[in-house]
Ligand binder design. Structure first.
Ligand SMILES: Nc1ncnc2c1ncn2[C@@H]1O[C@H](COP(=O)(O)OP(=O)(O)O)[C@@H](O)[C@H]1O
Ligand SMILES: [Mg+2]
Length: 199
């Protein structure tokens, strides 16, 4: 970022209620579940199923979904590489704050660049953080094309589309891998919940 404000005159107040006290109050361990993958791979569908199950079992959750953050928090950002970096950075900071508040946060963002996802994990600090690669082949997501975006990207009607005219850097060692060509939405949710429940 080029327009960073100087931090030399910032003084952190020593607030008494800590992330640990909020976690105790809620009787839950906060976590950040970071779903990455091509558009149409199934990030939102699986996160929705995971959240529904966590909610039903009494866990306080929140989903930060790419499409919704772009209507508000990130509405001044486009799809250039620089704006994609900033989009991920902002969402990662919000996810960290929500985890400090005690929530299990599910982030659904294509987040195509490895470095951005590493930054998200760094921003998360000591919180439990899972990089979840929701994978489907390009052929499969183009066939699904739930939002009609691949058709537009192939026609050149939209630019900078990951997998088409912009890269998607696959995670090399994700914490969780789900191939949605061979796993159902429910099976995908099971895989994530099993990971979360491990000691
Ligand atoms: N096994 C699967 N896992 C996840 N989504 C699937 C699966 N099979 C089919 N789908 C469908 O694929 C689409 C994925 O869309 P979505 O979840 O919005 O993707 P993303 O959030 O990654 O862009 C949905 O319409 C979903 O119902
Ligand atoms: Mg989505």
């Amino acid at each position: 970022m080029t327009n960073e404000a100087p931090t030399s005159h910032l003084y952190m107040h020593g607030f008494h209620v800590s992330p640990e006290s909020r976690s105790r109050l809620l009787s839950q361990k906060p976590a950040i579940l970071w779903f990455t993958g091509l558009s149409g791979a199934g990030k939102s569908a699986i996160a929705d199923r995971v959240e529904t199950r966590l909610h039903a079992s009494g866990t306080l959750t929140y989903i930060l979904d790419g499409d919704s953050v772009r209507l508000g928090l990130c509405k001044n950002l486009g799809f250039s590489v620089a704006d994609r970096h900033e989009n991920v950075r902002r969402v990662a900071e919000v996810a960290k704050l929500m985890a400090d508040a005690g929530l299990v946060v599910l982030v659904c963002l294509i987040s195509p660049f490895r470095g951005d996802r590493e930054l998200a994990k760094t921003i998360a600090g000591n919180h439990i953080f899972a990089e979840i690669h929701v994978h489907a082949s390009l052929a499969a997501v183009e066939a699904r094309d739930p939002k009609g975006l691949y058709r537009l990207a192939r026609r050149g009607a939209i630019q900078h589309f990951p997998g088409i005219d912009s890269p998607y850097e696959k995670p090399t060692a994700p914490d969780v891998f789900i191939d949605t060509c061979s796993r159902s939405i429910n099976e995908g949710a099971d895989i994530v919940l099993n990971w979360l429940e491990q000691p």
